[in-house]
Design a protein around this ligand. Sequence first.
Ligand code: E4P
Length: 222
Amino acid sequence: LELYLDSANLADIETLSRSLPLAGVTTNPSIMAAGGMGLTRLLPALTEILGADARFHVQVLSNTADGIIAEARKLHALPFDIVVKIPAHAEGLSAIKALKKHDIPLLATAIYNVQQGMLAALHGADYLAPYLNRIDNLGVDGLQVVGDLQAFIDQYQLPGKLLVASFKSVQQVLQVLKLGVKAVTLPSDIARQFLATPATHAAVENFSQDWRAVFADNLSYD
Ligand code: E4P
């Protein structure tokens, strides 16, 4: 299972990476704009924080197949482990088809229905990103779309893996993991909720009180 943070906020990534087993980060143009930093500064800073093995999913800004192809080649030439995110619309699918011949790691993004994901997977996209919560917001069952796509990948033994995105609750993340998806990306607030453990803190405080009642501040079993 690959776990990503859906963020370009260095402070968040620094803090959360201390406790989370992150494979890397995912971004999109909105996330990059919010982070306020271009790739030239961001990628070295993220490598410093996450290590040289970190994988970065970076979305193209162009909307035409030719523009996407040119941008993907530029991103792929950077000295980082970059997966190029390409929207799964007609122009994007055309770019994915062309780029796979050059063995560039690709993620088909902004997937709102099963057929988009199927086409991207058949073109050889390495990752497929269905937007769970945004699909739900359209009145469609996002979990069903994710489940159908996972079944399609399994049925035809396609190499692409789902990297499910757009979560608004921890529960949604746990539900898609039950479907056997191989990757998820968490917004910072959901990642923080994963690390919220009030009952554990209360239990540990009880242990400490019991210990201190007998041994005061001695923190050794010797
Ligand atoms: C992922 O890479 C997507 O761009 C992103 O997760 C969309 O999530 P949102 O619906 O929270 O904006």
